[in-house]
Design a protein around this ligand. Structure first.
Ligand SMILES: [Zn+2]
Ligand SMILES: [Zn+2]
Length: 726
């Protein structure tokens, strides 16, 4: 049995009393005693015996399923992923299942509902001395055909007693219903536009490979119509009677995105994301599993959804970092999509305007087939890109004079303007010119960010916050905000362009999916003329009337500590630039930088993302970074620096030289931000030219690491193929 615990081994149980072990197959959920608790585990295999003495072998309580909840391929995928990412198998299965199934609820949960019996209304009318709660329930029963748990909940606590009383009097009866199926969209499906030549080639090529494993990189510049290619290929998949699984980044799954798919296909659609209630999620998951929903769209964890008739996997915006789980079971849904497609024997399409260097290298080496959409659809031209040298121009509140003039010109021509700054809040920090005090976080190696709207200093790393002080706490001098945040830019725009409506999109103004929708609507309706925002603006949303994009501070990404910093900066610039001029008007992109001769910027401007990628890949090859090497990071966090480093040093020593082979162990070293949320963080980096020796070492080494006495004093985790090693 695999149990949802951090322990790295499986657990033995006797079959529940009276159950024939021959009828027990892998993939069934089984309820078992664990200490004093009861856990829901996943049956991995039935063994003939156990190494445990018979007296200590406990019996499982109950088998919860009549058939495996996961099909053999998905079951195998979870096992493979737990092996590859070296994560406890029980936790991996827990991450793969919807919460309702994890908690032991039945796969098909019937709902109990209540309705008035024939003659019930008359009996109620004749009943004397009903209390206020009883009268309330009677009124609701009369107004509805039947009531379920969700409706009854609205009547407040204690309603269960009233329902029981009504049942006892024979006024109402209960009955059970199957959960509602996922419905097909109403209305006639829309037809698509005429394909461009490049789109038609892409559709033909991918379509020709249906029925067999084939990995594709679909590299389409922004506005080139990647989604239309997905839709046409999905059309072919559905015509074959198969299912399509589409993965999208966390923030990309808006109702508009879903509507784009549902308006084209008259089939039930299962949508899976983190915002679903447990019951909804289970219903969607079941529709994918049974095949009732031929089209399944979801975020990261949807990679583990079982499919009855898999036909294709599509990963949109494959470069997006939300595909990598950053805590717990640290899997990459993008990479697992390729593994899964191979196991099913179906094509997988990784689509992006700015592919990750890993995926580009796979295409260069011929392992992935590459399909290009080099041109925007319609008449939209490629935006012109220019650098604004921050050293050569005056700036007002972070907006340089040439940018200001351009904003004025585009607004005057009726266009919308987008300002991108990857830093929220008012200013990155508060500084004392008297003594040099600079608002440190007491728990992190970081400065507190000024948020003037809420009048607080906030740590963006641990969340700690405090009121903005009136004067320097050390010397009493007047404090000054330093640098720019989106909040300050919004203020500056109010001053510089009085009366022009501005909408700010960042994590402070936009909390849920609903608020994001509202903000987008203000832009699409044309009510807002200027958009200011962070990374959130770069994620695949079209703003057809935006004609000018200003990247306010490109330099933040040029000098990042992480080896992927420049890749991320290039992706952000290209993605945000892609928002400009998508309708008929040509776009203009201004990039403000204090180091305009930086080779990355000049290469990006001269040769586009592909040109940048050539140079960046050459740099990675020379430095032995991925995709030219394989990495894993052992991270540790402890109350003191010594504990964290001592654990990592002991871990390093626990890997005997004979097993290391070609794997290099680098460190231990403190993390780039050593202290976060009052914990000291350090890491040991493992690097290998090839995957196999690294995997062999991890498999032998990690069980020993877990046994180290020093491991008890730290929180540690292994991250295979980490996104960051800083
Ligand atoms: Zn001071
Ligand atoms: Zn902090």
């Amino acid at each position: 049995m695999a149990l949802n615990t951090p322990l790295r081994h499986l657990f033995d149980y006797r079959p529940p009393d009276g159950r024939d072990p021959a009828a027990l197959v892998p993939g069934l959920r089984v309820e078992v005693p664990f200490g004093r608790r009861t856990l829901v585990g996943m049956l991995i295999e039935c063994a003939a015996g156990s190494s445990l003495p018979a007296a200590r072998l406990r019996a499982a309580r109950a088998v919860l399923d009549t058939e495996p909840v996961l099909d053999a391929t998905t079951f195998g995928l979870v096992r493979w992923a737990a092996d590859y990412y070296h994560h406890p198998l029980g936790e991996a299965f827990a991450a793969a299942l919807p919460a309702a199934l994890r908690a032991g609820r039945p796969l098909i949960a019937r709902e109990t509902r209540f309705r008035l019996v024939p003659g019930g209304p008359e009996a109620l009318a004749a009943a004397k001395r009903l209390g206020p709660r009883q009268r309330e329930l009677a009124a609701v029963l009369l107004a509805h055909e039947s009531l379920g748990a969700a409706e009854l909940e609205l009547l407040g606590a204690g309603v269960g007693e009233v329902v029981k009383a009504f049942l006892a009097r024979g006024w109402i009866a209960s009955f059970e219903v199957e959960p509602p199926a996922v419905a097909a969209p109403a209305g006639r499906p829309a037809s698509g536009p005429v394909l461009t030549g490049a789109q038609a080639v892409a559709v033909r090529e991918i379509g020709a490979s249906l029925g067999g494993f084939a990995p594709y990189l679909l590299h389409g510049v922004t506005g080139s119509g990647k989604t239309e290619v997905y839709l046409r290929v999905i059309e072919q998949v559905l015509a074959r009677g198969e299912q399509a699984l589409v993965l999208v980044p966390e923030i990309g799954l808006t109702p508009q995105a879903v509507a784009r798919f549902s308006s084209r296909f008259p089939v039930p659609l299962a949508v899976l994301h983190s915002g679903l209630a447990d019951g909804e999620r289970l219903a969607m998951w079941r529709a994918a599993r049974s095949g009732a929903a031929p089209l399944v769209i979801g975020t990261r964890s949807a990679i583990f959804v079982p499919l009855a008739r898999p036909g294709i996997v599509i990963v949109d915006e494959e470069h997006d970092s939300s595909y990598k789980q950053q805590e717990g079971f640290r899997y990459s849904a993008r990479d697992l999509a390729v593994v899964r497609a191979q196991r099913h024997g179906i094509p997988v399409v990784l689509g992006s305007a700015t592919p990750s260097l890993e995926t580009l290298q796979q295409a260069r080496s011929g392992r992935y087939r590459r399909v290009d959409l080099p041109q925007r659809t319609g008449s939209a031209g490629v935006p012109t890109m220019r650098i604004v040298d921050l050293r050569a121009h005056e700036d007002r509140h972070g907006i340089a004079t040439p940018s200001m003039l351009a904003i004025r010109r585009h607004l005057g021509d009726g266009g919308q303007v987008l300002l991108y700054l990857n830093r929220r809040g008012f200013a990155p920090t508060l500084f004392c010119p008297g003594c040099g005090w600079a608002a440190p976080c007491s728990d992190c190696d970081a400065r507190l960010t000024v948020h003037l709207r809420t009048h607080r200093l906030v740590c963006h790393h641990c969340g700690a916050s405090q009121p903005v002080p009136f004067a320097c706490p050390r010397c009493g001098a007047e404090l000054r905000p330093v640098g720019q945040g989106t909040e300050r830019i919004e203020d500056a725009l109010d001053e510089l362009f009085a009366g022009v409506p501005v909408v700010r999109i960042d994590r402070d103004t936009v909390h849920g999916r609903g608020e994001f929708e509202t903000a987008l609507e203000r832009v699409h309706s044309g009510e807002a003329r200027i958009l200011v925002g962070t990374q959130m603006l770069t994620k695949g949303h079209d703003f057809p009337d935006v004609t000018l994009v200003v990247v306010l501070n490109a330099d933040q990404g040029l000098f990042g500590t992480d080896f992927r910093a420049s890749e991320r900066l290039a992706q952000s610039i290209v993605q945000v630039a892609g928002r400009a001029g998508r309708a008929t008007r040509p776009g203009e992109v201004l990039i403000q930088s204090a180091c305009p001769e930086h080779p990355l910027l000049t290469q990006l401007l001269a040769a586009g993302y592909d040109g940048f990628a050539e140079v960046a890949l050459a740099e990675r090859a020379a430095a032995h970074w991925p995709p030219f090497s394989r990495l894993a990071v052992l991270r540790a966090e402890a109350a003191s620096r010594e504990q964290a480093l001592a654990f990592l040093a002991a871990a390093r020593d626990a890997a005997p030289a004979a097993e290391r082979g070609p794997v290099r162990l680098l460190g231990p070293a403190p993390a780039a931000m050593e202290r976060r949320a009052a914990r000291y963080r350090a890491q040991l980096l493992l690097e290998s030219a090839d995957r196999a020796p690294l995997q062999r070492l991890l498999a032998l080494w990690l069980p020993r690491v877990a046994q180290l006495p020093a491991a008890r004093r730290v929180r540690w985790a292994i991250d295979v193929d980490p996104l960051e090693v800083a």
